[in-house]
Unconditional design. Structure first.
Ligand code: ADP
Ligand code: ADP
Ligand code: ZN
Length: 215
């Protein structure tokens, strides 16, 4: 099974992904997480990607498709994967279509989580992330039990560099220009399931459960 999570930054893709992979036994693949790790570890990929990420721009397609091709080819992905944050351009989507037959996979569903812009800004600027396990929190909507400490592993929470207000606004523009065309792309292929992401975390997950339950 291959599920794709599509939606603007801050829509709640990572938050929902955590619940989906637990309940459906899927391997979670987030290109954002992989890129951030590369930046932290100062690998060649990380050095190339960093300036784009800091500015809220997309990392060039050729770098990102390599990551996904390699990851999807690993044996643990054979039972099913959840892609979060990929594809983000039409060219990436076309690439994905071309490699999937080679690894005997096809896209089962594209979940589009949509949220109003004001709410996206609120969610992104209040987001906090665990520096050890990557778990997501929000100052208001999903506060940790102890301030700045991860409920799951005790790690320190931090604010992502690109979650500052100015970079958030840039990322939302980039989404509209470069990623939103994928809505029509997957709609035409009858793979798209729109989800109202303005609801609370459980309300959004209920909609996803209904859609995935039919697969
Ligand atoms: P969010 O969860 O807020 O949508 P991500 O963690 O998915 O953000 O992505 C963070 C940054 O990593 C993006 O702004 C972009 O620079 C880079 N990135 C992640 N995935 C891709 C991709 N598929 N193509 C190009 N750049 C990407
Ligand atoms: P994305 O991966 O799409 O960028 P996240 O899952 O990281 O988005 O969510 C962005 C922020 O909003 C996080 O701080 C998260 O805790 C919070 N959040 C996620 N879903 C909801 C929701 N339905 N209602 C309120 N806050 C949410
Ligand atoms: Zn943690």
């Amino acid at each position: 099974m291959l599920i794709i999570l599509l939606g603007p930054p801050g829509a709640g893709k990572g938050t929902q992904a955590e619940m989906i992979v637990q309940n459906h036994n899927l391997v979670y693949i987030s290109t954002g997480d992989i890129l951030r790790k590369a930046v932290r570890e100062e690998t060649e990929l990380g050095r190339k990607a960093r300036e784009y990420m800091d500015q809220g721009q997309l990392v060039p397609d050729n770098l990102v498709v390599e990551i996904v091709r390699d990851r999807l080819g690993e044996p643990d992905c054979a039972n099913g994967s959840l892609l979060d944050g990929f594809p983000r351009t039409v060219d990436q989507a076309v690439f994905l279509e071309q490699v999937l037959p080679d690894i005997n996979m096809q896209i089962d569903r594209v979940l589009l989580i949509d949220v109003d812009e004001e709410e996206l800004i609120e969610r992104l600027t209040g987001r906090r992330v665990c520096s050890d396990c990557g778990a997501n929190y929000h100052l208001k909507y999903k506060a940790p039990k102890v301030r700045n400490v991860c409920d799951q592993c005790g790690g320190d929470l931090y604010q992502r560099d690109d979650d500052s207000l100015s970079t958030v606004k840039e990322r939302l523009e980039v989404y509209k220009k470069q990623t939103e065309p994928l809505v029509e792309f997957y709609n035409k292929k009858e793979l798209l399931s729109p989800i109202d992401g303005n609801q609370d975390i459980d309300g959004v997950y209920d909609q996803i459960k209904t859609i995935l339950g039919d697969l």
